[in-house]
Write a protein of this length. Sequence first.
Length: 327
Amino acid sequence: MTQNAAFESLFSYTGSLGVTREALCDAAGIDVSAATVGGGLVPATAMIDAVEFAAGATGYPNFGLLMAERLDSRIIGLPALIAERCASIHDYYVLMQQHMRHHTTGYSLTLDEDTTGGIGRLRIFAQGRFKPVQFAEAVLAVHARAFRQFLGANWRPGKVLLAHSQRGQAADYSRAFGTEVVFEAGQNAITFTSEDLQWRSSGHAAVVRERLDQIGKADQANIADRVSAIIRAYLPIGEANLAAVAATLSMTPRSLQRDIAACGTSYTRLLAEIRSALARDYLARSGTSVSEVAGLLGFADSTAFSRFVRETFGRSPRDLKKESFVT
């Protein structure tokens, strides 16, 4: 799963180039509402597929770099927060590893260091319809911008390594990174000099850690809301089960059940409440069939969905659908 915050910037930019948000969301396999609801979560593949689709639809082979250039880094939340008040490059990567699950489970950032410098690797786990080429370039460009926030506007990586072949022009990569870019390098990464790794901040570490602790506590306090958001995102792809949701939150199913119980509810109840609310909404839409709604709500077939509706509302899906149009 990933936060949906960057979608609004993506919509704005691609809209100016003639690509609608409906087309992007269709390519990403999500509803427009899932991409626009405040603080929402979407499958980690959604942003990747949307960015890759947009590159083809707009005809811009440097789309990822252009998107990163236009994206307000504050929108993406956690990485920007860490970058604004980071103690060191090492600290940046440690904090990203500790708190990445609050932002996305689609990729990770790791740092390997030695006496000559370091290499910060981007590992993309989410596998969608498209190979994450533009997405990889965009993520590395965004994080290169983040490093300039605390290393200085003139900072440049030692090198940038990309797993894929060159897509844009040399000038595009020079503008984004200002350094040598190695293509077909077998990995996506940014390298640092030993001097880069020796840089230290002057007293912001405690501030950022306090804020990150607050995020963690708020996340715990609102676990039922976060689980509900994940369930909504996973229902259409048939993955809204306890194990999958727990894994998304980097928790065991037992721990997740315990935390949900502390909120006065249960996973089973949350799932049923979400399904019943969405069932009413979807069935009220003109042109939506019962079988389509069954799929959107993660049921194996229409029979299972009909049984759920009868047990919940005391009538069939078709009767419920008729009522929505009468009222």
